[in-house]
Design a protein around this ligand. Structure first.
Ligand SMILES: [Zn+2]
Length: 456
């Protein structure tokens, strides 16, 4: 009788947190779990230009969620010849349409700028992919509800299970013959603010677990208290309250907190301007798929206080308004987007409050602001930073070290082995030691292109 063969290859998110791609090779079937873009430092970003070997041999992509580091390589993969299905949940399908089209627009604008300024080392700078590539990619998407089993090959099946990270996100339970694998995807918080809680870990022989916060704990300071204090300070000085934000999940979380604070009369009834077309589109998807504003009082506060800023001209009008107001605009790390115009106009006023609602990567303006730089550059000119900067410590869509261990511990039967991916090396290795000590399960840390053969 022919023996079964099963192997995993970690093509991305190994030793780092971006570029998620894990190839599952079961007998003659190859499926790819996630197809993410590498982001951050240049040495990682250049990997996006390398072709994925076997593009034509992969029969399906299984997508855990709509963040770019998990889905952003898809149009490039399709361009290389991938013709199979892209499986995801219905909300993920809606979100990747918005996110991939935005990503293509940025790629096209970057290439266009490089050609105009002639700073590309290549003859002619090309975008990694275009909107046309994204439209082709979207044609290959098929959606599945949570817990629906899908059979991509003989003796191979998988299902999506709610994992609480962002709307539509899922862990993947995959059965290859008698072997049971679980890919955690990015695991959400155990006590989330607006997301449903992650479902328990199903029984698995092997767990592929993310480790973004493998060596850290989230702060216990309440984001409600921090935002309340910051908004009240801005109101006292009749200044601008500016919140750079990520379009998916973070904007809706911030909105939820602001609406709760207004409902509970903890902050004044200020107008909230949502000045981000992408965040507005995502908020609409979320409100139609699952209502994160179930409380009718919150809905009516939103209807009264929220103003969606439609186009660029309207955005300029809001920038010029001097009255005290709250603005939520992209991008989350102040690297681009409409927030730049608001900051350019108001960063040098001591009455302005800037709330940074999450992690700010090194080299971004958000990181500079968080670390207290005296001046900052917008559109080729330096501006003095006189605004009060508040960094929120506790908003995160990822489980921290304790939550990851807690989630694994509460399964029916511990896995035989855990493989850690999606973490910086120090985070993954620290979590490995802790899991081995606390749970007694052997742990392997994935390295780039690691090939792991599973014995039957
Ligand atoms: Zn994610």
């Amino acid at each position: 009788m022919k023996k079964n063969s099963l192997a995993l290859t970690f093509l991305g998110a190994a030793g780092t947190v971006t570029g998620s791609k894990t190839l599952v090779n079961y007998n003659d079937t190859k499926v790819l779990v996630d197809c993410g873009l590498f982001q951050g430092v240049k040495s990682l970003r250049t990997k996006n230009w390398e072709d994925l070997e076997d593009a034509l041999e992969v029969s399906e992509v299984i997508l855990t969620h709509a963040h770019l580091d998990h889905c952003g390589y898809l149009p490039r993969f399709v361009k290389q010849g991938f013709k199979g299905f892209i499986h995801c949940t219905p909300i993920t399908a809606q979100l990747i349409r918005i996110i991939l089209l935005d990503s293509a627009k940025i790629q096209e604008e970057d290439a266009e700028r490089a050609n105009r300024k002639k700073y590309s080392k290549h003859e002619k700078a090309e975008p990694l992919y275009t909107a046309e590539d994204v439209h082709q990619t979207l044609k290959q998407v098929v959606t599945h509800e949570f817990h629906e089993w899908v059979v991509p090959g003989p003796d191979l099946r998988f299902t999506f299970i709610q994992n609480g990270h962002i709307p539509g996100s899922a862990m993947v339970e995959l059965h290859a013959g008698e072997k049971r694998l679980v890919f955690s995807g990015d695991l959400g918080r155990l006590k989330p603010l607006i997301m449903p809680k992650p479902k328990p870990l199903p029984n698995a022989d092997i767990l592929i677990l993310e480790s973004t916060y493998g060596n850290r704990l989230h702060s216990v300071i309440s984001p409600f208290d921090q935002i309340e204090k910051a908004v009240n300070q801005g109101f006292k000085n009749q200044g601008q309250i500016l919140i750079p934000s990520f379009a998916v999940e973070r904007t809706q979380e911030i909105l939820y907190i602001l609406l709760c604070l207004i409902r509970d009369k903890k902050i004044p009834t200020l107008k909230i301007y949502l000045d981000s077309p992408m965040a507005t589109a995502v908020t609409d998807v979320l409100l139609s798929f699952y209502d994160f504003l179930k409380d009718p009082e919150l809905r009516s506060v939103m209807n009264r206080q929220l103003e969606v800023v439609s186009d660029y001209r309207a955005s300029q009008t809001v920038v010029a308004m001097d009255k005290c107001k709250i603005v939520i605009a992209g991008s989350g790390m102040v690297t681009g987007g409409r927030i730049l115009h608001h900051l350019e106009a108001h960063i040098s006023k001591p009455s302005t409050v800037v709330i940074l609602p999450g992690f700010q990567a090194l080299g971004t303006r958000g990181n500079d602001l968080a670390s207290g730089v005296p001046d900052i550059k917008f559109f080729g000119k330096y501006y003095k930073v006189k605004a009060h900067i508040v960094q929120l410590d506790s908003l995160s869509a990822h489980a921290d070290r304790e939550e990851l261990i807690e989630w694994v511990k509460n399964t029916g039967q511990l896995p035989d082995r855990i493989i850690l991916n999606h973490g910086e090396e120090t985070a993954s290795h620290s979590l490995k030691l802790k899991i081995e000590y606390e749970l007694g399960v052997p742990v392997l840390v994935a390295t780039p292109n690691m090939h792991y053969v599973i014995d039957f």
